[in-house]
Write a protein that binds this ligand. Structure first.
Ligand SMILES: Nc1nc2c(ncn2[C@@H]2O[C@H](COP(=O)(O)OP(=O)(O)OP(=O)(O)O)[C@@H](O)[C@H]2O)c(=O)[nH]1
Ligand SMILES: [Mg+2]
Ligand SMILES: [Zn+2]
Ligand SMILES: [Zn+2]
Length: 280
C-alpha cells in the first residue's frame, strides 16, 4: 500500500522499478481520462462543445474538458501534505525545449546559495537526462518517467513523495512534461503554475494554446539572449500573454546570460515566504 496516495501498488526500492510500474499504472489513468466519460473514476468529467464560425466563414468546434474526480481528489492530498510540511510548490509547464531544465539548473544553484532547500520532481516520457542535469549539492531530484503519458498528474506526484524527504525542502519544483496541452488540465496541488514560452516559439502561442496560459500565476519569456537575432516582437508576445492571462505577471529572462534571473529568484523567495506564513 502506498503511504501517500493509499493505492494498493506495492512500494519499490528502485526508481527504475517504480518508473516501470508508474508507466503501466498511469497509462491506464490517462487512457481513462481521455477516453470515456462513464468511467467511475472520471464520472464528473464534462466535455463542452461550442460551435461557431471563424472570420473566414470556416466552421470552428471548440472542445473543452474539465477533468475532475480522481486527479482533483489526489491533488488536494498533495496540497494538504505540502501545507503540513510548509513546502512551496511551483509547477513549470511549457512546450518541449522552452528551457525548463536550464532554468532549474541555474535557479537551484542560486536558491541553495541563498539558503533555501530545493527539491525537483522532473517528468519526461523517457530518459532521466534532465534529472542527471539537475543533480547538484543541496538539491533532491526525483525523475518521474511517464512512458506514454504526456503530462504529470497528482498520483505520480504522490508516488514521487516516497523518494524525497519533504522535511528537508523549502521549495519544490515540478518540471512538467514538455507539452502545452494536457498539463493545463491536471492540478498537481501546486501553489503556482509557471508557464514558460521561449522567444523561439513565436508570438502567437498564447492565443493558440490559451488554457495553459490562462491558469498561470507567472509567465516567463525565456531565451531573451537570442530575441534580437530572431527579431522577436516582444510587445506583441507580452500582449498575447496578457490577452489570455490578464492576471499573470510576466518576466523576461535568459538562463544563458542570466538577465532577468534576480527578479525570478525574488518571486520564488516571496512564494516560499507566503507558504511559510500559512503552513500548519
Ligand atoms: N540561447 C539560450 N538557449 C537556452 C536557454 N535556456 C535553454 N536553452 C537551450 O534550449 C534547449 C532546451 O533547453 P531545456 O532546458 O532542455 O528545455 P526543457 O524545457 O527542459 O525541455 P524538455 O524537458 O524536453 O521539455 C537546450 O539546448 C538549452 O541549452 C537560454 O536562456 N538561452
Ligand atoms: Mg527538461
Ligand atoms: Zn498510487
Ligand atoms: Zn496527456
Amino acid at each position: 500500500m502506498c503511504g501517500y496516495c493509499g493505492c494498493t501498488t506495492e512500494s519499490s526500492s528502485t526508481q527504475r522499478d517504480d518508473n516501470a510500474r508508474n508507466e503501466a499504472h498511469h497509462s491506464r489513468s490517462h487512457t481513462k481520462a481521455h477516453s470515456t466519460r462513464t468511467d467511475s473514476e472520471y464520472d464528473r468529467s464534462e466535455i463542452a462543445v461550442h460551435e461557431h464560425h471563424g472570420h473566414g466563414g470556416e466552421q470552428v468546434l471548440e472542445l473543452s474538458r474539465h477533468v475532475l474526480g480522481e486527479n482533483t481528489r489526489l491533488a488536494e492530498r498533495v496540497r494538504g501534505i505540502l501545507l503540513a510540511k510548509g513546502v512551496c510548490a511551483l509547477n513549470l509547464v511549457s512546450s518541449p525545449g522552452s528551457g525548463k531544465t536550464a532554468l532549474l539548473e541555474r535557479s537551484a544553484r542560486a536558491l541553495v546559495e541563498s539558503g533555501l532547500r530545493v527539491g525537483i520532481l522532473v517528468g519526461d516520457l523517457a530518459t532521466d537526462n534532465d534529472a542527471k542535469r539537475l543533480q547538484q549539492d543541496g538539491v533532491q531530484v526525483v525523475q518521474i518517467t511517464t512512458g506514454t503519458v504526456c503530462h504529470l498528474d497528482a498520483h505520480m506526484i504522490l508516488h514521487a513523495f516516497e523518494h524525497i524527504d519533504l522535511n528537508a525542502v523549502d521549495v519544490l519544483f515540478f518540471e512538467n512534461v514538455g507539452n502545452l496541452v494536457c498539463p493545463a488540465s491536471f492540478d498537481l496541488g501546486e501553489d503556482w503554475r509557471v508557464v514558460l514560452t521561449s522567444v523561439t516559439e513565436g508570438e502567437d502561442k498564447p492565443h493558440k494554446y490559451p488554457t495553459i496560459f490562462e491558469g498561470a500565476h507567472l509567465a516567463l519569456i525565456t531565451k531573451t539572449d537570442i530575441a534580437d537575432v530572431l527579431e522577436v516582437d516582444m510587445p506583441k508576445l507580452r500582449g498575447a500573454i496578457t490577452d489570455v492571462a490578464p492576471g499573470a505577471e510576466i518576466l523576461e529572462l535568459s538562463s544563458r546570460d542570466g538577465s532577468g534571473m534576480s527578479d525570478w529568484f525574488e518571486r520564488v523567495r516571496k512564494a516560499v515566504e507566503a507558504k511559510r506564513a500559512v503552513a500548519i
